[in-house]
Design a protein around this ligand. Structure first.
Ligand code: ATP
Length: 271
């Protein structure tokens, strides 16, 4: 396997690093009860760190627990064993220190773009609120659409507003759950570049859940691969490709192949 694909031992993932860890997940397991009463073992003993300022992509087959892990870090899922902490403080619920973007934009349809972005800024005075809204809309290239309503935006534009809204509250963490999953292929590629530019500008620690291995490789500093039923950390991969990355580059193609092989080696679920 290529030297570019530096796969670490999962058990010692990240524990030998001098880099500051923004998020630490320790021995997290999660069970759900299905409506029929059966027990679903969604996550099993996940231990994983997320270095400050990095982009970590989480990949794995459908149902392997990617969103559940993200929701635990978001504080939207609190009934689990083990701990998830942000800057050393245990996560016990949602908070403004975490901005979240889902596959659907979740903008409020009766509010203008600027009011949607300002949603979590009620603690600021009007002047500062306007300044932050202008700054974030400019960052995502939508300064001219402040007065528009979500129904007047394309899918890509709506996701840009959702990203601006998530960043407006100056989060420590940007959590993205399949943010480009509903977009057409071209828009998706454009949005990936825009996300990288925005992430670099803000320096925000970012966790991205995606089905798309190429997207993970294009965006991620690291890729966490989960296996399913129960969701376990199967591999943690450093993406040692220089930026800006090119999908046509031989190293990129080689790494993509290695990842696909790993993903499908024992069946898609990684058993
Ligand atoms: N609220 C819930 N109640 C019961 N089971 C749940 C609930 N949420 C998730 N699950 C189950 O937990 C497992 C993990 O779900 P999760 O949505 O985290 O997976 P995923 O990897 O994000 O899937 P996908 O890629 O399809 O979105 C699945 O088997 C799912 O059916």
């Amino acid at each position: 396997m290529t030297v570019l694909l530096a796969r670490r031992a999962v058990a010692s993932a990240d524990q030998n690093s001098d880099v500051r860890q923004a998020v630490t997940v320790r021995n997290v397991s999660k069970f759900f009860k299905s409506p029929q009463g059966s027990i679903v073992h969604a996550l099993d003993n996940i231990t994983l760190d997320f270095p400050a300022g990095s982009v970590t992509a989480i990949v794995g087959a459908s149902g392997c627990g990617k969103s559940t892990l993200l929701r635990i870090i978001a504080g939207l899922e609190t009934e689990h064993t083990g701990t998830a902490s942000l800057d050393g403080a245990e996560i016990t619920g949602p908070g403004l220190d975490r901005g979240i973007v889902f596959q659907d934009h979740r903008l409020l349809p009766w509010m203008t773009v600027e009011d949607n972005v300002a949603l979590a800024l009620h603690n600021l005075g009007a002047r500062e609120r306007n300044r932050v809204v202008e700054e974030k809309l400019s960052l995502v290239g939508l300064s001219g659409f402040k007065k528009s309503y979500p129904s007047q935006l394309s899918g890509g534009m709506a996701q840009r507003v959702a990203i601006a809204r998530a960043l407006a509250q100056k989060p420590k963490l940007l959590l993205l759950d399949e943010p480009f999953g509903a977009l057409d292929a071209i828009t998706r590629l454009e949005m990936q570049d825009e996300l990288l530019a925005v992430q670099k500008h803000e320096g925000v620690t970012t966790i991205l859940v995606t089905h798309d291995i190429e997207e993970a490789l294009y965006l991620g500093d690291r890729i966490a691969v989960l296996s399913s039923r129960p969701g376990r950390l199967k591999a943690l991969i450093d993406v040692n490709l220089s930026r800006p990355r090119s999908r046509g580059n031989a190293d990129f193609a080689e790494m993509r192949l290695s990842l696909y092989e790993q993903f499908f080696r024992h069946g898609k679920d990684g058993h």
